[in-house]
Design a protein around this ligand. Structure first.
Ligand SMILES: C[S@@+](CC[C@H](N)C(=O)[O-])C[C@H]1O[C@@H](n2cnc3c(N)ncnc32)[C@H](O)[C@@H]1O
Length: 461
């Protein structure tokens, strides 16, 4: 058989017309049917491209000059957009971002789950898609004799020079990171050196409740001891009264995972509070809490609408975190069971139920894929199950448990359309039918998509 050579060569400059866009936000153009992926190119554009990597079936290119500019192109407002890589879609107008995310969901449902006959609604967006993140985790480094903070340059562990703001993060969090950096630098607290596995301060994490403006500072250190902790803490809370909690998290490992297992309260409360709708939440350092509060309200409202509760139902909220969705559901159900793997999140969930005088919830620490079969064996038969797993989707044992429990409805909240599609296929094979999917833009300017799917038991089951 004659081996077909790719029609382009490394380092060659070619003219390319872009006809599509990938899930990552790269433009796709073809030469003789052979696709090239080019970051920051948009469909409809014609450009000069340098070929940088050639594979058998596709290549990657770099945008050199755009000859024909798309009407959807906008000037990225962030100074370090290209260097950082945390956002991927700032060069695209917001309407196109929303449409791209909807198409991504439609495509994976068709390709992976063979579902193409159900409504995938237009993505619910934000009026102002900037400064929405309520949490930031910033690495600490060192340059020219000074502590520095900032995101890593794409594909490196080198902090971007001169990065003093992130325009998708709330201003208050930006200011708090800078305050910690400045005071820690003055006190002489050392930064963590990854290569030598020496030094102290690894990351500064800041979370601020959007409704309450209460701030928690988490100082992630390599060492148990944080030198000058008293001075740092005193200056921070005396200068910035919105700080309600200062926590040290110890991470001794050589790892990219930011938080370690152990946390120590240095000053203030264990929690900060926030409200979504009319429910108040206590949030501790290690608990998952959605990063975009106004969109979270829209997401949870949609989950509640799809759950369609009338007051008499038993509901399971799997992967419940601090009980956010559970408490919304509990207001409209007879009983809600929540399961979550992080013990601190479950103690927050219990605290949150008390805080809101909600007494029809039961929260369990454990792996949802083990607890659900156990509940099944105990005879628990919920009317509705809500799942909101991490990006890797639901474990197969959990999907099987759901199919055995036979709830009349499953509401699947997902932050990864590909694993959502994979799991919907398993549920469809198990007697369920996907009715509709609603994408919600929780992460504007990035290529991440969140969705809620309504899944019902087929009548014949
Ligand atoms: C996407 S978050 C959703 C949390 C919550 N529903 C919310 O909206 O805030 C996923 C949650 O699943 C938890 N988790 C991850 N793996 C798990 C497992 N195997 N069993 C139970 N919970 C798990 C994480 O700790 C996290 O709190």
């Amino acid at each position: 058989m004659v081996k077909q050579e790719p029609p382009v060569k490394k380092n060659q400059t070619i003219e390319l017309t872009f006809e599509d866009i990938t899930h990552e936000g790269d433009g796709v153009g073809k030469i003789e049917g052979y696709p090239l992926f080019v970051p920051y190119a948009l469909p409809g554009e014609k450009a000069q491209v340098k070929v940088i990597k050639v594979k058998k079936n596709f290549a990657f290119g770099k945008l050199l000059h755009i000859d024909q500019v798309s009407e959807d192109r906008v000037e990225p407002p962030c100074d370090v957009y290209i260097q950082c890589g945390g956002c991927q879609l700032q060069h695209m107008n917001y309407g196109m971002q929303l449409e791209m995310k909807r198409n991504q969901v439609k495509n994976v449902l068709r390709k992976i789950a063979h579902i193409d006959d159900i409504p995938v609604h237009p993505t619910i967006g934000m009026d102002d898609p900037w400064r929405y993140r309520n949490k930031v985790q910033i690495p600490v480094g060192h340059r020219d004799g000074e502590l520095i903070t900032g995101f890593y340059r794409k594909r490196t562990h080198e902090i971007i020079e001169g990065m003093d703001t992130c325009i998708i993060t709330s201003e208050i969090n930006d200011r708090m990171v800078e305050a910690v950096r400045r005071i820690a630098d003055r006190l002489g607290i050392s930064h963590y050196d990854e290569e030598k596995h020496r030094g102290v301060l690894r990351h500064i994490m800041v979370r601020t409740g959007q409704a309450t403006e209460e701030t928690m500072i988490v100082l992630v250190t390599r060492t148990e001891e944080l030198p000058y902790a008293d001075e740092l803490v005193k200056e921070l809370h005396e200068t910035y009264p919105q700080i309600k909690s200062i926590v040290q998290n110890i991470n001794k490992q050589r790892t990219n995972v930011i938080l370690g297992r152990k946390t120590k309260l240095l000053w203030g409360e264990e929690y900060i509070y926030d409200t979504i709708g009319d429910i108040k939440f206590a949030i501790s350092a290690k608990s998952f809490y959605q990063v975009n509060p106004p969109q979270t309200k829209k997401l949870y409202d949609k989950a509640l609408e799809y759950a369609d509760l009338s007051g008499g139902e038993t509901v399971i909220d799997a992967y419940c975190g601090i009980g956010t969705i559970s408490l919304f559901l509990a207001q409209k159900a007879k009983k809600v069971y929540g399961v979550e793997i992080v013990p601190e999140a479950i103690s927050d969930a219990k605290e949150n139920a008390k805080l809101n005088n909600i007494d029809n919830t039961e929260f369990v620490v454990g792996e949802a894929e083990k607890v659900m079969p156990w509940w099944t064996a105990q005879g628990l038969r919920p009317d509705v199950i809500v799942v909101d797993p991490p990006r890797k989707g639901c474990d197969e044992a959990l999907l099987e448990a759901m199919i055995t429990m036979k709830p009349k409805k499953i509401v699947y909240v997902s932050c990864n359309p590909s694993t959502l599609a994979r799991d919907l296929k398993i549920l469809e094979d198990g007697g369920y039918e996907t009715k509709q999917v609603q994408p919600v833009d929780m992460f504007p300017q990035t290529n991440h998509v969140e969705c809620v799917a309504e899944v019902v038991l087929k009548l014949s089951n």
